[in-house]
Design a binder for this molecule. Structure first.
Ligand code: UTP
Length: 221
């Protein structure tokens, strides 16, 4: 299979053991599958963005800061993967396909301002005709609304891309915003038809469950 994994910066940042567990799981997946990884910016990106915004930076400037952090995180993951990874994070989806000719795991961060690495991953998944996209994030799936703010929020096991778009339409988009997937990602998932699973990134083993088709997180299809 061709897999595109979108790993939130919040799940690869911080805990070193989990970071290394991801590196190990990615290597195991890469022995059977073609693996592309898109890494997010996490807490570091949010911190830098909020400080730049405080000093009057516009949202595009903030996005560029975020992209720089995602690429830094991508390099960290490449360091942990050693020879299993292509040594440089591609800056576009097109370059990622060229990097994949090496036969190694391709790890990249953001591309251009205006979206998040989830959209980067969704576009990449469409471009490489991925069999599956997995989004490892800081919650255990997609909820009807933000579970941190709404006690009535309900976790969904499976939803259509259209329903996902409706949920996201109720949220505000800004640099560093905390959403399960951004609007562009959802729209690209809808048009590409690439099956997508949103899993709890705090449990790296979820990647195996998603690849094996076990019920885990939220399936968008
Ligand atoms: P993330 O993809 O990490 O955003 O990119 P996020 O979803 O807010 O963070 P996680 O998933 O919880 O870790 C960090 C920021 O970098 C900018 C955006 O501002 C984004 O919020 N960015 C990232 C872009 O503008 N373009 C990209 O292609 C990627």
């Amino acid at each position: 299979m061709t897999l595109v994994l979108s790993i939130g910066g919040s799940v690869v940042g911080g805990d070193q053991d989990r970071f290394l567990e991801y590196a190990e799981i990615l290597q195991r997946l890469a022995s059977d599958h073609t693996v592309f990884v898109v890494v997010g910016g996490g807490e570091t990106a949010r911190d830098y963005i909020s400080r730049a915004r405080m000093w009057g930076a516009d949202e595009t400037f903030c996005d560029l800061i975020g992209i720089a952090v995602t690429r830094l995180n991508a390099r960290l993951l490449i360091a942990a993967l050693g020879n299993h990874a292509y040594p440089v994070p591609p800056e576009t989806q097109e370059d990622a396909t060229v990097a994949a000719l090496s036969g190694r795991i391709v790890v990249m961060g953001g591309t251009v301002p205006g979206h998040t690495t989830d959209a980067v991953a969704a576009i990449l998944a469409e471009f490489v005709h991925a069999d599956l996209m997995i989004n490892a994030t800081s919650t255990d799936g997609i909820y009807t609304s933000d579970p941190k703010k709404d006690p009535d929020a309900v976790k969904l096991d499976k939803i259509s891309p259209r329903r996902l778009i409706e949920i996201i339409a109720g949220s505000k988009m800004e640099a560093g915003a905390n959403l399960p997937l951004d609007m562009l990602a959802a729209k690209v998932i809808e048009r590409s038809g690439v099956p997508t699973v949103v899993v709890d990134g705090r449990r790296p083993q979820s990647l195996f469950d998603a690849v094996r088709g076990k019920p885990v997180g939220t399936r968008v299809q």
